[in-house]
Each structure stands twice: as C-alpha cells, then as structure tokens.
Design a protein around this ligand. Structure first.
Ligand code: ZN
Length: 220
C-alpha cells in the first residue's frame, strides 16, 4: 500500500466515518509493507501485510462473477476520464476485481495513482505510479471524494459496496460498471453498451465527522 493512501483510509464498520490510527512497522520507500491499523471508534483492527491491506469482514466477494478477459487499458482510460496530462499527485483511480488486470498497461498510459481492490494477481513488478492493493469486504474503506474515478466488475456489485464507492469518488468523477449493476443514487449515466455503462458522480455523501478527526492520533 502506498503511503499516500493512509490519509484516505476509513474504518469500513457501520458507524460514523473515522480515520484509522496507523503504526508502520516496515516500509520500502513510499510502499508500506507491514502496518497495524486501528479504529478509534470501534477499536477494530486491520493490517497491511507484505504490502497488501486487508479490510475483509466476513462476506468475501464473489470471485466467480469475475470476468475472464482483461479490460482494454485505452478504453478504460477514456471511459474513466484519465487524462494523460494528470500527474502522480492526482487522486487515485480504483480498479476493482477484473479491472485490476489492466493495472500494468494503464500505468504505461497515464500516471494516475492506482488502488486495486481484490485483484486476482498482485504482481508489483515495474510499478510506475503510486499503487495500493486492498482486500475489501462489504465496503470500500476510503473517505469521501478520495478517488478520481472507479471501475467495478460484476463481483463488486453489492449495493452496500457500490454505495461506499460512489461516496469515495469525487463529484464529477466517473464510475464504470457492468450492465448487471443498477446505476446507483448519486450517479448520472453518460453512456452504455452491452458490456458496461459509465456514469458521473453528481452528489457527495457526508464526510468525516470533524470531532473524530481531531480525536484521532497522528499517523506520524
Ligand atoms: Zn471502526
């Protein structure tokens, strides 16, 4: 997990949005390899081990629904509105499930940081952009408007998960999903074909409770 993603992490449990307290045990450059994470609200603990952050809570995603073919990176960049002019300081793009297979090719096209959720393969070879790998359950553990755009596959279409992704995408950011997913509240459909639809996030959820933000200890 890239160090820059720490600030965007939120507890995925069912309570007001809260930052996570992080204790970094091992890092390699900007990549955090071994980290303990704790929620100051519910005291639940999560961990980064060998660079992969694990937020699964029971219900694993349905890998059987994952598409067999890797997505076309050019098409993905266009649909998600990933301009080649944007730099590595941009908000990251979320590639969930099967879309994570395009990670390497997408890095060759655009410098957006990437967050891979439940990728089938977690090869970290030749990484050109800030890259984070998350194992996630029912909710994406990221704060409001922390993502530039997001691509979901059919395995990540549970309504609760989709809602958490919509919250995490900035207003005006793109959401790409297969036709089996309903266009969720807060998203305006832009285009659709037999394989997928793309929409724009038009509404933002509620953000971090300021009281909690102040009560959470510093990461540093
Ligand atoms: Zn919590």
């Amino acid at each position: 997990m890239h160090r820059d993603l720490l600030d965007a992490l939120r507890c995925p449990m069912d309570h007001e949005e809260s930052w996570l307290v992080a204790m970094v045990h091992r890092a390699s450059g900007a990549q955090l390899l071994d980290v303990d994470l704790a929620c100051p609200v519910c005291q639940r603990e999560f961990a980064v081990r060998e660079g992969v952050a694990d937020f699964r809570l029971g219900a694993p995603y349905d890998s059987r629904a994952t598409a067999a073919t890797a997505p076309d990176p050019l098409r993905l960049a266009a649909l998600l509105g990933l301009s080649p002019d944007a730099g590595p300081m941009s908000r990251p793009v979320l590639l969930a499930g099967a879309h994570a297979a395009a990670s390497g090719a997408l890095q060759m096209l655009v410098e957006f940081p990437q967050v891979l959720a439940n990728p089938e393969v977690t090869s970290a070879d030749d990484v050109r952009v800030p890259l984070s790998v998350l194992r996630v359950g029912n909710r994406l553990p990221l704060g409001v408007a922390t993502l530039h755009a997001a691509a979901l596959d059919a395995a990540h279409g549970q309504p609760e998960f989709v809602t958490s992704v919509v919250r995490a995408v900035r207003a005006g950011g793109r959401l790409l999903a297969p036709p089996s997913l309903q266009v969720p509240d807060g998203v305006r459909e832009i285009a659709r074909d037999e394989h997928e639809w793309v929409g724009e996030v038009v509404a933002q959820g509620h953000g971090l409770v300021e009281l909690r933000r102040q009560s959470a200890p510093s990461y540093n």
